[in-house]
Structure formats: structure tokens, C-alpha cells
Design a protein around this ligand. Structure first.
Ligand code: GH3
Ligand code: MG
Ligand code: MG
Ligand code: MG
Length: 358
């Protein structure tokens, strides 16, 4: 507590009264001393006599309020000077008491000011906690728990926004879908935890290869990931996917008790494209290209509408790709789409397939 009072007997009386009540009391006998104390310390409460050697109490108060509108200030005014009271309150005092001071009244008023201050602080603390909790919730609702990447819902929201933006500015936007090859065997051979470790490391690779704060990287489903590359034409997106593919291929994944090599397949689509007119079609095109990458041997990046893509479709028909899986944008990703039973999967061309090294 800061007590500003120029009359020594009153000041001493107040100091001993409130010290006796357990307050840590600082006292000042003039304007300069008061400003000095306020500059040095912060106070829970200030008792301020208005008639003090200048700067006066009102000037001290105005100075304090320039940078601090929180510290409760109770002004002491001479009896009957109503102008003083009004000016004191206008200058930012929270309450006043007229001299001669009635100590019980002063004590009661200070107590109520402190109570208001405490309530205000509690309210602010609660608001802070609420904001924090909201921030945590927002993060959790947008983030995949295992990899820390965007989750599917958030990816789709981003995609909607990015596509609208791309269309508005007539800027390219590419989408890369990728899926670890023969990932199930990691789980089957080394257990789910090893699988999780590989997924996390794979996610890290994607994140590192993507442009920070520009591209969005997310987990679309189990071991399937999506990258959104704004401002990126299809050619550049294919180059990007090829770079990531090589990086994955060169990497040795580690898990508790062993290491393992894996590859991944990529499907790449880009807007603008004559066969893509909305973001669902962009994702489906990338997904179809990924499907063809799997079908044609895995560990490769396939460009939607490329010769390789079209040749595969021409040979095997298109009923499996572009089949308009409407559930795709609301259900977990599932690549169980065998082409004509099991026969379409080319195990021989599978660079990373089946090789597990512990
Ligand atoms: P393909 O080359 O055709 O993609 O073969 P694959 O084995 O990678 O694909 P498949 O769809 O047959 O298997 C995917 C596996 O991914 C099955 C599932 O148990 C596993 N999986 C999905 N999510 C997780 C996860 O969060 N953690 C672990 N450890 N495994 C997961
Ligand atoms: Mg005085
Ligand atoms: Mg897979
Ligand atoms: Mg998959």
C-alpha cells in the first residue's frame, strides 16, 4: 500500500494502522516522493491526499493514470470541497474519503476496493485460462495426434480456402497425395509401435520438404498424406513429389529395436486443368494418380493425365479410378481398391516392398 500524506501525524497514524493490519506500507510526504514511489514499485492500493506539496495529488494521479489504470486509488480531500471530489474522480480516483479521516470508514472502503480488485484479477485470470483452453482445443481439432500434422478436416478446410484463392487470383494450385508402400508389413512384422514410429518420421520428411508457412501438409488417413502446394504448377509439383520420393527411398527409418527401409507412392494433380473444376476433383485426380502409382509398381510419382496415367487407364479401364467415391471426403482414407481382384498389384516392380531389415 502507498500512503501519500503531507501531514506527519496523519501519515504516521495511517502507516501504523495499516502496518498493524498486515499491509506492507510505503509512505510519501509530497508529490515528488509519491511519483518516485510509484515509479519504483507497483501497489495494490494507493491512499492519496490531494493537498500535498506539488505536484499536487491530482497531478500525481493524472501522471499515474497515464500508464496504469488498474491500481485502485482512494483520495483524501478536505471536508466540503466537492469540486475536489469531482476532479479527483474524473482524474481516475476510484473512491474518496473526506477529512477528518474516520478510520473505520477508511478501512471499510479500502477493504471493498481491494475486494473489487481481487475479483477483477480473478476474472482476468479466468479469461486468460479460457483463451488458453480455446487455443488448445483449436489446435487439437486441427491436428493429427500422432504426427502433429494437419488432420484431414483441417486439410480440407485449407484446401477449400486455397482453391477459392487460387481461382480468384488465377494462380496455380497443386495437390500431392502420398502413401507409404507396403506399410502393413511394418505393423505385421514389428508391431504397431514400430509402424507409428515410421509414420512420424515419414511425416517429418514431408514437413521438411514442404515450404514452411506456404504449403500445407497433413495426414489424410492411416498412412496416406496430402500436401497442398499453392502457387505451384503441376510440373513443379511433380518435381517436388519426385524429390520427396527419393528422400524417402534414401532414408532409413528407425524404431525401438531396429531400422527399416520404406518407399512411398505419389499422385500429383494441379489446377488449372481442363478436367478439374473444383477442389473435390483436384483431390480425386491426385488420388487416382496415386492409385495408378500403386498399380504400376509403387515407389513412383504419377502425374494426373500424364501419358503413363492415361496408358494405364486405357489398358485397365477407368472404373476403378475416378469412381466418385463421395465418402472420401468424410470417411478415413481407405485404399482397398483392388483392380480385378488381387491381380492388379505388381509385386515384382515393388522397389521397397516386403524388404524388412531389423
Ligand atoms: P500399399 O503399398 O498398397 O499402400 O500397402 P499398405 O500395406 O501400405 O496398405 P494397406 O492399406 O494394406 O495397409 C495400411 C496399413 O496402415 C494398415 C493399417 O494397420 C496401418 N495403419 C493405419 N494407420 C496406422 C497408424 O496410425 N499406426 C500404425 N502403426 N499403423 C497404421
Ligand atoms: Mg495535505
Ligand atoms: Mg500404403
Ligand atoms: Mg493407404
Amino acid at each position: 500500500m502507498l500512503i501519500v500524506e503531507d501531514e506527519t501525524p496523519i501519515r504516521d497514524g495511517l502507516v501504523s494502522l495499516f502496518s498493524g493490519q498486515g499491509f506492507d506500507v510505503t509512505s510519501a510526504a509530497s508529490g515528488p516522493e509519491a511519483l518516485d514511489a510509484l515509479g519504483r514499485d507497483t501497489f495494490d492500493i494507493v491512499v492519496l491526499d490531494l493537498m500535498i506539496p506539488p505536484p499536487t495529488g491530482l497531478e500525481v494521479l493524472a501522471e499515474l493514470r497515464k500508464k496504469d489504470d488498474r491500481t485502485p486509488v482512494l483520495v483524501l480531500t478536505a471536508l466540503g470541497s466537492e469540486d475536489d471530489v469531482v476532479r479527483g474522480l474524473e482524474a481516475g480516483a476510484d473512491d474518496y474519503i473526506t477529512k477528518p479521516i474516520e478510520f473505520p470508514e477508511l478501512k471499510a472502503r479500502l477493504k471493498s476496493m481491494l475486494r473489487i480488485k481481487r475479483l477483477q484479477e480473478e476474472l482476468e485470470e479466468r479469461e486468460r485460462q479460457l483463451l488458453e483452453a480455446n487455443e488448445r482445443l483449436r489446435y487439437m481439432s486441427q491436428t493429427d495426434g500422432l504426427t502433429g500434422l494437419d488432420n484431414r478436416r483441417h486439410l480440407e478446410q485449407q484446401l477449400d480456402a486455397m482453391f477459392a484463392h487460387a481461382r480468384r487470383l488465377n494462380e496455380p494450385l497443386s495437390c500431392v497425395m502420398c502413401d507409404l508402400d507396403r506399410f502393413k508389413t511394418v505393423n505385421d512384422t514389428y508391431g504397431h509401435q514400430a509402424g507409428d514410429a515410421v509414420l512420424k518420421q515419414f511425416a517429418r520428411i514431408l514437413k521438411n520438404e514442404a515450404r514452411e508457412k506456404v504449403d500445407r501438409v497433413g495426414r489424410y488417413g492411416g498412412e496416406e498424406f496430402m500436401l497442398l502446394l499453392p502457387g505451384t504448377v503441376l510440373d513443379a509439383a511433380v518435381t517436388f513429389a519426385e524429390r520427396v520420393r527419393k528422400e524417402v527411398e534414401s532414408r532409413t527409418f528407425t524404431f525401438d529395436g531396429g531400422t527399416i527401409k520404406r518407399t512411398a507412392s505419389f499422385g500429383v494433380a494441379g489446377w488449372p486443368h481442363p478436367r478439374i473444376s473444383n477442389c473435390d476433383e483436384l483431390v480425386r485426380a491426385a488420388d487416382d494418380a496415386l492409385y495408378v502409382a500403386k498399380e504400376t509398381g509403387r515407389n513412383r510419382a504419377i502425374r494426373f493425365d500424364s501419358d503413363a496415367f492415361n496408358a494405364h487407364i486405357a489398358e485397365h479401364g477407368s472404373e476403378q479410378v475416378g469412381q466418385g467415391d463421395e465418402s472420401r471426403r468424410s470417411e478415413p482414407a481407405d485404399r482397398e481398391r483392388p483392380l480385378g481382384g488381387d491381380g492388379g498389384i505388381a509385386d515384382s516392380g515393388d522397389a521397397g516392398g516386403g524388404e524388412l531389415r531389423a
